[in-house]
Each structure stands twice: as structure tokens, then as C-alpha cells.
Write a protein that binds this ligand. Structure first.
Ligand SMILES: Cc1cc2nc3c(=O)[nH]c(=O)nc-3n(C[C@H](O)[C@H](O)[C@H](O)COP(=O)(O)OP(=O)(O)OC[C@H]3O[C@@H](n4cnc5c(N)ncnc54)[C@H](O)[C@@H]3O)c2cc1C
Length: 451
């Protein structure tokens, strides 16, 4: 299904007419860094990727890789060397009999999920349209119903990749298994170009729905205390979260927001189960929610397109973004003053703050992905008005810096591009040792945030 056009790759060199347009087009974030690759190879097939890496090797150049271009930090936009753009590699195939799929890295997760759902199948792709499976699967992958399946990288069974010599290789549990280990979670620190992922699929949950409750910001303390208390007991098929923003997702008229719109807290509880009654039971904890809500959305079945739409309204295109984040197991007493400050200083929309109840119930296998915790906090500093160009990034950065002592690490998903721990120290040591054997010349860039 789908098709990847094959043909000679277009290469755009620095200095060419259209170079800067091509460079900017590799990023979804309008906040494009002042870094300039020597050339951009727009690959259309695996042979293009092999040729690009071989050429880089022959001329001793560095390589960076881009699939869907949703890295917030622009990790792939580096000075000099070659940037391999895989966004045209979008083919995929689904095998219902073996509950497996193969996907190319430029494919959007939402496109894959729509095709799977038509077949009665499911995969925990990310919550936004446009996110490429390449970067998403490598960094961990926190997708729809992700608490039930664990990080999406745990469902990557094998990869095909182009190594530092430009050779096409396969990695599975029985072949080049260390590279599969690395591909499951090293994210922007992976040293190779993944050209195909082999995925384990799941049965489509029979009921997909959501419930939501909205509060004024003066109820923040009650919400934080309730989330902290209830979080660990929330069933794994519920992605309980709250967002503090000026642009809540319901009712639709509130989507017409501006910089003086009131700050709202929106608790959302997407749920995927075998039946509506099972969903109702899974959401019974909502009965204990703080009183005094402004509005409530009772449990409703939701087509996934509407669910994507509700999330996407927080992430408008052509917006500048600076993000920062932390995992934490701190409780409400420790977090409350920080969350209060985040809300009190919330920049104009679409900047927003997310509290996600991850509360893992899965056991982590042996993979590079190794840092997660009970609660995930992310600050999405989005701005389009030049007046906010300094204060909004500072809001994201400074508030996370103030919580440093409560942080147990970060998600590469919301890559802040600063020194931080995205995988455990043991996993980092193993990754570094593997890199030394697989990419001894350091052809592939390390993660941009590595100190
Ligand atoms: C609006 C928005 C919503 C998001 N929602 C979610 C979400 O719900 N859940 C979640 O988990 N994450 C989410 N993310 C984060 C997203 O998953 C990561 O930024 C991810 O890296 C994006 O993948 P990509 O291929 O689009 O990005 P890219 O920018 O193309 O890739 C990111 C990095 O991954 C590496 N890489 C990418 N492809 C390859 C490859 N084929 N081979 C080797 N290395 C490669 C490169 O180092 C690259 O710099 C979201 C991001 C945005 C901007």
C-alpha cells in the first residue's frame, strides 16, 4: 500500500537557488535554527540513501537524517555535511494474518493508523497528524492508547537500515540485535539510517471514546492534587491528562482564542476498550474529580479523525516553538508551586502546558528506551507574534530549569535540544560503546542536546 516514487534523488547544495526554502521545508517548527547543511539529498528510494551515505564517507562528511521533520529542536539541521531527507519514503504494507506491518520512515503515523483501522487493526501512533514514523519510533513513541501498549518502540520487531559504510542491513532479535536494541529508544542519537520498520500490530479496540472536564484556572490546586492522588490507579487503557491553555478543545467556539482569552484547565480522558460499558467502568474514577467544573463532556465515542483534530488545534502550523519537559515521580506537594507559576505566567496561545499521567504498568524490555516515570510534564512554547519571541521560549526553559531537582529525565519526543538525560546512564554507556564499533568515524551526528 502507498507508494514510494523511485528515481534519482534531488540534491540541493548550499548556495543553490531554492536551498533555504528546501532547508526550511525540512522542519515543521517555523523556528528554524541558524544551521546550514552543505547539501540536502531528497531521497526517493533506499538506493539514494545508500549512495548519499557512501558519498559522505568518501568525502569524510557528517550525515544527519530527517523523516517527518517534527523534531522541535531541528536536530537534523546541522552545519555542513549532508542532510538526508526521507520524507518521500512513505510506502507501507499490512499483513493481517501475522498482525504485522512494514513501514517506511517518512510515513505519517495518522496515515498508517487510518489504514490499520479499516482492517480492524491498531498501532499506537502519535497524537498529531504529520509526525513521521521515523523519528517517532526511534525516540520511544507515546501514542494513542500508549499506556496499554507501552512505548511504540517496544512494538518494533526489526529494522532495515543503512549503516555508516552505506550498506543495507537488517536488525532483529537474531541478527544485528544490538542495533535493534539501539533503535528502540535512542531517538536522535541513532547511528544509521532506518529505511524500514517492521511492526507488531494489535486488534483495533472496539470502543474508542473520550470524556473531558473543564475548569477555571483558580481550581488548579484541586486538579493537581486530584491528578497526583488518582494517577497510579487509573486503568492503563485511559490516557488521563490535563492541559493548561487559553485555547481549550471544546466547545468549538472557544477555539477562537486570543492573547487575552482566559486560562482554562482541561482534563481529558481518552479511553480505548472492548466495549462502551468497559470504557464507562474504566472512567469511573472521574466521579471523584474536583467539583466546580465549568463544563463537562460526557463519555462519547470519538472517530479518530476528531481526536486528532482536537489535539491538533493546540499545534497550529507555521508557528514558532520552543519546548521543554521532564519526567517526574514528585507528588502534588512538591509540584504545586511550580505548576501554579507555569499557569500564572502562561504566554499567549498556542503556548500550553501538559500534565500526562503515564504511571507505567508495563515492564520495560531490554532496549535503549530506559527513562520514564509516573508523571510527564511538558511546556510547549508556541508563538507567532514577534512580541513573544523572547518571553515564550524563556517560559518553557526557565520553568523546567526550576524543576530540575524533581526531574528524572526527559522525553526525546519533545526534544528541548539542551543537555539532559533521555536514556539511562547504563543505556548511554552501551550506546556509546556500540557507536564506537558501528560508526567509528562518527559519521552520524550525536543528539544535539548531548553535552
Ligand atoms: C506537533 C507535534 C506533535 C507530536 N506528538 C507526539 C506524540 O503524540 N507522541 C510522541 O511520542 N511524540 C510526539 N511528537 C514528537 C515526535 O514524535 C518527535 O519529534 C519525532 O522525532 C518526530 O519524528 P519525525 O520523523 O517527524 O521527525 P524528524 O525531525 O524527521 O526526526 C527526528 C530525529 O530522529 C532521527 N531520525 C528520524 N528519522 C530517522 C531515520 N529514518 N533513521 C535514523 N534517524 C532518524 C534524526 O536524528 C532526526 O533528527 C510530536 C511532535 C510535534 C511537532
Amino acid at each position: 500500500m502507498g507508494s514510494t516514487t523511485s528515481g534519482p534523488a534531488r540534491t540541493v547544495y548550499r548556495g543553490d537557488v531554492g536551498y533555504d526554502e528546501a532547508r526550511r521545508a525540512t522542519m515543521w517548527n517555523a523556528n528554524v535554527p541558524d544551521r546550514y547543511p552543505g547539501r540536502i539529498v531528497q531521497a526517493t528510494c533506499v538506493a539514494d540513501v545508500m549512495a548519499a551515505v557512501r558519498k559522505a564517507k568518501a568525502s569524510d562528511e557528517s550525515v544527519s537524517v530527517r523523516s517527518g521533520g517534527h523534531s522541535w529542536s531541528g536536530n537534523h539541521v546541522r552545519d555542513g555535511g549532508v542532510l538526508i531527507d526521507l520524507s518521500r519514503l512513505t510506502s507501507f504494507s499490512i499483513d493481517k494474518a501475522t498482525m504485522s506491518a512494514t513501514v517506511e520512515p517518512g510515513l505519517g503515523g495518522s496515515v498508517l493508523l487510518a489504514a490499520l483501522m479499516r482492517e480492524g487493526l491498531f498501532f499506537p501512533v502519535g497524537h498529531c497528524r504529520g509526525v513521521g514514523l521515523g523519528g517517532y519510533l526511534l525516540q520511544g513513541g507515546f501514542g494513542w492508547n500508549g499506556r496499554a501498549y507501552g512505548p511504540a518502540c517496544a512494538s518494533v520487531m526489526a529494522i532495515d537500515y543503512v549503516d555508516a559504510d552505506g550498506e543495507l542491513r537488517h536488525a532483529s532479535d537474531t541478527e544485528n540485535s544490538d542495533m535493534l536494541w539501539a533503535a528502540r529508544g535512542s531517538g536522535p542519537g541513532f547511528f544509521g539510517v532506518v529505511v524500514k520498520f517492521h511492526l507488531r500490530l494489535y486488534a483495533r479496540p472496539r470502543f474508542i471514546g473520550t470524556a473531558a472536564v473543564q475548569y477555571s484556572v483558580d481550581r488548579l490546586e484541586d486538579v493537581v492534587r486530584w491528578m497526583g492522588e488518582i494517577g497510579p490507579d487509573v486503568p492503563s487503557e485511559v490516557e488521563l491528562q490535563f492541559v493548561v491553555s487559553r485555547n481549550p478543545s471544546f466547545p468549538p467556539r472557544l477555539r477562537k482564542y486570543n492573547r487575552t482569552s482566559p486560562v482554562r484547565i482541561e482534563i481529558a480522558a481518552p479511553v480505548m476498550t472492548s466495549s462502551r460499558s468497559a470504557a464507562k467502568a474504566a472512567l469511573s474514577f472521574l466521579e471523584s474529580r474536583p467539583r466546580g467544573s465549568r463544563r463537562r463532556l460526557p463519555l462519547l465515542p470519538v472517530p479518530l479523525s476528531a481526536a486528532f483534530g482536537a489535539v491538533m488545534q493546540h499545534y497550529p502550523n507555521s508557528t514558532n516553538w520552543t519546548t521543554d519537559n521532564l519526567w517526574t515521580h514528585a507528588g502534588p506537594d512538591e509540584l504545586l508551586s511550580h505548576v501554579q507559576r507555569i499557569a500564572d505566567t502562561l504566554p499567549p496561545p498556542p503556548a500550553h502546558f501538559l500534565w500526562l499521567n503515564w504511571a507505567p504498568t508495563h515492564t520495560l524490555g531490554d532496549m535503549a528506551y530506559s527513562v520514564e516515570d509516573r508523571t510527564y510534564l511538558a511546556l510547549y512554547g508556541g508563538w507567532s507574534d514577534p512580541r513573544d519571541a523572547t518571553s515564550t521560549p524563556a517560559w518553557a526553559r526557565d520553568n523546567v530549569a526550576a524543576m530540575e531537582s524533581l526531574s528524572t529525565g526527559i522525553q526525546f519526543a519533545d526534544d528541548p535540544g539542551r543537555p539532559a538525560r533521555g536514556i539511562s546512564l547504563a543505556a548511554q554507556a552501551r550506546l556509546d560503546a556500540l557507536r564506537a564499533t558501528q560508526d567509528p568515524q562518527g559519521r552520524f551526528h550525536r543528539w544535539i542536546g548531548e553535552a
